[in-house]
Design a protein around this ligand. Structure first.
Ligand code: FE2
Ligand code: FE2
Length: 256
């Protein structure tokens, strides 16, 4: 149903379509043109990626809040304690939603505070950061979708349940952020800390990935990596930066 909302025909049909239905690319799309989308949070080379993975493995985990632990427990119960790509796919589907919630609340705040231009401008920085973080998590999700595409997927457990998890996590993140942003940032820092450590362990558990190239369809959007191991090390490092951003924001006053 959602596909019907977005045209996704092959580029080669554009000329025929333009003659038949008018231009397919509007002035905004044309102005955006070939601007690259936002990819990794901070792209690292191989040696730095290896060093950062080791740093994650040496570091201790955050003491997770009750709500974060409930979420991890639910995911273990539904998808097992083993680190499988399918479980990471679900994790990434859920991981994006706090950033969507923050963008939404902050944009509403811009509407209400536009007369205080300096303040509204600072609120917009929250919108902007949340967008970049959301885009970054989106590539993680699409790469995981791509890598698990051939696997058998029971409809309810792998499609419906993850979307329900994402829905409830969005509502929780939105509510916490609207009431007290620090609470939402804390929950997200717990979630990102969990993701960071789990990815570092995933790479460690799969030494063969060091020899396997990633040649998926997102190399242009997210980067070309020497190996599948480096691709996951980069995702692991992205999760660390998401965590550190949220940890910093826990201590900041609301939209200060
Ligand atoms: Fe992620
Ligand atoms: Fe994340």
């Amino acid at each position: 149903m959602m596909r019907a909302l977005f045209h996704d025909g092959p580029a080669g049909t554009a000329m025929t379509d333009e003659r038949a239905q008018g231009p397919r690319v509007g002035p905004v799309s044309r102005a955006i043109g070939e601007r690259p989308p936002f990819g990794p949070m901070e792209r690292l080379a191989h040696d730095a990626l290896v060093a950062e993975q080791a740093a994650t493995l040496r570091s201790s985990r955050r003491r997770a809040s009750l709500s974060a632990r409930a979420l991890f427990w639910t995911m273990d119960a539904l998808y097992g304690t083993e680190r499988s790509l399918e479980k990471f796919r679900v994790l990434e589907l859920v991981a994006r939603v706090p950033y969507q919630a923050w963008e939404n609340v902050a944009y509403v705040a811009v509407t209400h505070t536009a007369r205080q231009t300096g303040f509204a401008r600072r609120v917009f920085d929250t919108v902007r950061t949340a967008r970049f973080e959301q885009d970054n998590e989106q590539w993680h999700l699409l790469i995981l979708e791509e890598l698990t595409a051939g696997q058998a997927r029971p409809w309810i457990r792998t499609r419906i349940v993850p979307q329900l998890l994402a829905f409830f996590y969005y509502q929780l993140s939105w509510l916490l952020f609207a009431v007290r942003p620090a609470w939402s940032y804390r929950l997200n820092a717990d979630f990102e800390d969990h993701a960071e450590h789990e990815y570092a362990l995933l790479v460690e558990e799969n030494p063969a990935w060091a020899e396997q190239r990633y040649e998926g369809q997102f190399t242009v959007d997210f980067g070309d990596f020497d190996s599948l191991a480096d691709l996951f090390r980069q995702i692991c490092y992205d999760e660390r930066l998401h965590k550190e951003e949220s940890e910093l924001l826990i201590t900041r006053a609301r939209f200060a």
